[in-house]
Design a protein around this ligand. Structure first.
Ligand SMILES: Cc1ncc(COP(=O)(O)O)c(C=O)c1O
Length: 407
């Protein structure tokens, strides 16, 4: 049987390969602590669960309008207006079965046959995969470590041309935990206006920040008209399996995404939407508790990881990931790269993490080696895991820093 040539471009997420390996090691009886998964270890708030159950019991189990039930679109508009400090109405809001479908629909609506789309590398791997699926040209941009993994607007300008249709940004960022500075956002907005292209602003970690403000590019003058904000209930309310995301953008774009929903999944599960209304109405306290706990874990990871020989880690400002430079650890252990280091940690220390290529291809062999550590796990497990890493690195260290001149 023949497949569409388009399918040759479709990738999977390397993270899922790691998760499969973790599961099979656990089935063999191995004790593996997973700091790989990007999923909160909290339960969905009780009142949100109850709202979902009540909706099922009230037979809210039929189709809903494709862009979402009015109640939720209104709540979403209120939430975005307050949190992003720019006014949205219900017609600007869209509900979908997760943030991922909104990335898919957004790119489908914005890209033409000759499109170029820029996205962060390292970054959420789905961006590249979907751009390639739609036969556009993927244009990865870097996030310089020396700038705290902020975007360099000069690089974006140098990678922009008249074929650029979309710039994807993600703040707070997966996997580096960085937050894009206001100054960078202002420059990015200027470039987008000059070249007249769309911004997809992936803000699924908007509420998960530890001190500094997170700004949305949509709040800058003129940007609401060219930005699709993508948000999700997955991380903020520990609802990954409910499958519900939400977004905001100019009405014409939202109408087009609504049509894409009609033509693909019809709508988001109706009772899930009723649960989401409750999450938006009452979720403030839950969010605060989660952020307080994540901040403690962030501090723990940052403090303990930097004590491991050969590992250097910047303080994550948001999301629940630490992105650690393991170049020296690889050298100490005689390992080629972070992918080998990840295998070493999994098999020798019983700790699962992800490595650079899980977040896109490297720009050059000279790039430093990185792993991502998720702190969506208990403080106890995080401490145990980092202790194991420290011990195994020390035991196996060959004490030679042959490539250290690269740093
Ligand atoms: C940056 C980013 N965007 C989008 C998503 C997908 O979220 P959802 O579960 O709402 O599809 C994730 C999930 O890991 C993510 O890290």
């Amino acid at each position: 049987m023949k497949f569409s040539p388009r399918m040759k471009n479709l990738k999977s997420e390397k993270a899922f390969d790691v998760l499969e390996e973790v599961n099979s090691l656990r089935e063999e009886g191995k004790d593996v602590i997973s700091l790989a998964i990007g999923e909160p270890d909290f339960n969905t708030p009780e009142n949100v669960k109850r709202a979902g159950i009540k909706a099922i019991e009230a037979n809210k189990t039929g189709y809903s309008p494709s862009p979402g039930i009015t109640e939720l679109r209104e709540e979403a508009a209120k939430y975005f207006s307050a949190s992003r400090e720019v006014s949205f109405s219900a017609e600007n809001a869209i509900i979908a079965p997760g943030a991922k479908p909104l990335i898919f629909y957004g790119l489908l609506a914005m890209m033409g046959p000759d499109s170029e789309a820029a996205y962060p590398s390292p970054g959420f791997p789905v961006y590249e995969s979907i751009i390639e699926l739609f036969e556009g040209k993927p244009v990865p941009y870097s996030l310089p470590a020396e700038e705290g993994f902020d975007i360099d607007p000069d690089e974006i300008r140098s990678k922009t041309n008249e074929k650029t249709d979309v710039l994807i940004i993600n703040s707070p960022h997966n996997p580096t935990g960085s937050v894009i500075s206001k100054e960078s956002l202002v420059e990015l907005a200027e470039i987008a206006e000059e070249y007249d292209y769309w911004i997809i602003s992936d803000e699924v970690y908007f509420e998960l920040s530890y001190g500094g403000d997170v700004d949305s590019i949509a709040s800058l003058p003129g940007m609401k008209e060219r930005t699709l904000i993508i948000d999700s209930f997955s991380k903020t309310y520990a609802m990954t399996g409910w499958r519900i995301g939400f977004g905001a953008g100019p009405r014409q774009l939202i109408d087009k995404i609504g049509k894409l929903i009609t033509n693909s999944v019809s709508c988001t599960a109706t009772f899930t939407q009723h649960a989401a209304v409750e999450a938006l109405r009452s979720g403030g306290q839950f969010r605060q508790k989660m952020v307080d706990e994540l901040k403690e874990r962030r501090d723990l990871v940052y403090r303990e990881l930097n004590k491991v020989e050969g590992i250097e880690c910047q303080k994550p400002e948001g999301a629940f990931y630490a992105y650690a430079d393991v170049t020296e650890a690889c050298e100490l252990l005689g390992l080629e790269n972070a992918a080998e280091f990840q295998k070493f940690l999994l098999h020798e220390a019983g700790v699962a993490v992800l490595y650079r290529e899980c977040f896109g291809s490297r720009f050059s062999d000279e790039e430093e080696e990185y792993i991502r550590i998720s702190f969506a796990n208990s403080q106890e497990n995080i401490s145990r895991a980092i202790n194991r890493i420290r011990k195994k690195v020390a035991e196996n260290s060959k004490g030679i820093l042959s490539r250290s001149s690269r740093r």
